[in-house]
Design a protein around this ligand. Sequence first.
Ligand code: PMP
Length: 441
Amino acid sequence: MIRTIEFDAERREREIRLRTVGSHSRYERACRSLAGGVSSGLRRHVRPYPLYFASGSGPRVTDVDGNTFIDYGLAWGPLILGHSPPELADAIAAQARRGFTFGAQHDLEFEVSERLTEIIPCADRVTFANSGTEAVQVALRLARAITQRHKFLKFEGHYHGWDDSVLVSFHPTSAQVASAAGGPVPVGTGQRPHYGTLVVEWNDRDAVEKAFQEHSDQISAVICEPMLCNSGSIPPEPGFLEFLREISVRHGTLLIFDEVITGFRLHLAGAQGYYGVVPDLATYAKALGGGIALSAITGRAEYMDRIADGTVVHAGTLNGNPIALACAKATLDVLSRPDLYTELTRRAERLRAALEKLLRNRGCSVVTSGAGAVFHVSFMESRARRYRDLLAADAALYSDFALALLSEGILVLPDGRWYLSAAHTDAVIDDTVVALTRILA
Ligand code: PMP
């Protein structure tokens, strides 16, 4: 792709460094005791270095040097209502005075699980954990127990947490794709092989059919992000989720939707509500806790009863703790307000359209992709339909763009993903468009 635009990255980086000296010195200090200076590996991949934040309110965050940014990263997704929404802050404070955790039963457990069974189509029963990674492992264990099979099928580019079994073929390079010959590509070293993980390409029916032909009586589950948010926000092609539903039934395999991102971002009923396809099990995290660590596994009663009767073990000291559930209950209350999703989606679409228009007016090849309150911006000619198509995007140009946005007071994630919260009003979008116009002037 020929570049028609540059973002003056060197000058902008110098400016940002001058304005963020407090972050820089803290990062250097942290690196001396905290491995890598960050608490989750992906946070290192930002230019010029990871920033330190002092506070957040609604759609904005302020760093330790006093710079305020409109935040489209939203802590990698959980902050569906923005930073420190009063309803959630009050719910957490009130619960903190009553007790942090009991390691035992309390009313919020059934209050939140009842809400989830009302909202989520596949949810007859719910069980809680603390992270998306854990929730996915519980779902996969259930599928193995129910089917008495040990393999499972995942899609290239999809992320399901950092466990060895699923941390494969996430963002393989072209060379890795070529040399792996369809086999799973581990993301890091130290990962154990041989989990029975099969990997095929997203939106590729033939590849799924072929995997079932080759391994049909051994596949316990098909797991996917029902919209591929971790790589380009690539929607399922029309009929693809229905196809996964049908082929899973045909082979006695469970269909698992990993709704850790799509849950409460596409629709109150998640991707299941948005696309109208109901899986056997579904996992939730991020937006469910509104910013507090919480995840959930939901599913049909006949499957979840394996947890109820104790034959499938699910445990955790802080599972269902009242602080997280108080926050979840308040989050679900706000998300259930009429028109919330209509408005959220309208504003996201407005911003996407403005981004495309302004960048294309400068002759730039850019596409946005996604749905609801999550979308991706990629510098490429046409929309991707599978992970490999994204390898053609100009990632270095996006990195320069992210730096330019930062220098104009807009914070975005390094991978092209943009999240909106209910606090991103039209006025916030207007401010963003003004900043974009300045960058492109
Ligand atoms: N599944 C999906 C779809 C995710 O996006 C993530 C986190 N990015 C996870 C699972 C893992 O969740 P957590 O980081 O809470 O372990």
